[in-house]
Design a protein around this ligand. Sequence first.
Ligand code: CA
Length: 332
Amino acid sequence: MDKKGSIFIITMWTVLFLSILAVSIGKTAHMRIKFSGAIENRNNIYHMINSGIDAISGEIILESLKEPVLLFPYVVKKAKDEQLKLVRAMDKNINYNYSFDVFEGQLFLKVSDEQSKININNIGYDVLKRIIKDTSGLDEEQAQEISYSIIDWVDEDNERPLVKVVSNEDLYYKLDNIPYKPKNDKFEAVEELLLIKGMTTNVYEGIEKYITVYGNGKVNINTCSDVVLKNIVNDKTLFDKIKSFRTKYSNDVQNLFDNDRTITKKLKENMGLQPEQEKILQELVNQGIIGVDTNAFRVTGIAVSKNFLGEVDCVVDDQGNRLFFFEDFISI
Ligand SMILES: [Ca+2]
């Protein structure tokens, strides 16, 4: 091969090498730009979610300063007054829709009353058994067994009241080779129920939406669902009267139940009550099972910015503290 041929081959190899290098650098740069864009969108969503929850917390704090006893219905009323988009007011959910020009995105949030649910840290055995039976299809004995196990999980002692197999909680778990003992302390999350002996996915999914671990322990009689109300009062006539009362004043929140001490009196004056129903209702108030105020609100929703979507699930109290906060981001 002559000298010119060698130079030509070397030149060609050099051109090829440089071309590959340029393409490779270009590709890396493109990926970096794409990646930083994704981080920017993710940040936008993060800030939108946080601003939205702060805005809602602010409204809750303002309302709680005015009327702590009727907090949730008043927030509903305020949403109406300001003509914010209000959906399903009867179910006591408020929907907010915020647009953020600066972030090029939108945020949709739903606020619901966390105390419309039963607090599993403050629930009696009877109510627990009824709602499990009602939502899972278990028979009386199965519902009884699992309800005792839930009570045992929280109560401080190690005694199992259902003396069918063993009267010792720890041994009861050991019999099934479960490598842990009952917690003997309050639930910190509803998902803890899945650790309890005898709990199945089916039972858990049945009661999941009716239970909570947040709030002051009482169920809000103004906002609780029919399933919750039915299983708490356990009396058809009383259930129907409370439902009629709530329907009557659903657009007139000032006349809903506004004080724990006057729940029975107000229902009796409006709907009439037999002594038997009056007694049941007053006992529920005395035992701290039902009340009228709320200090835990669940805020759920989604934020969208360009090709990113963020989901949020948060619980805030009436002081604006976040008791629980979870966010998740996905590319769309
Ligand atoms: Ca126990």
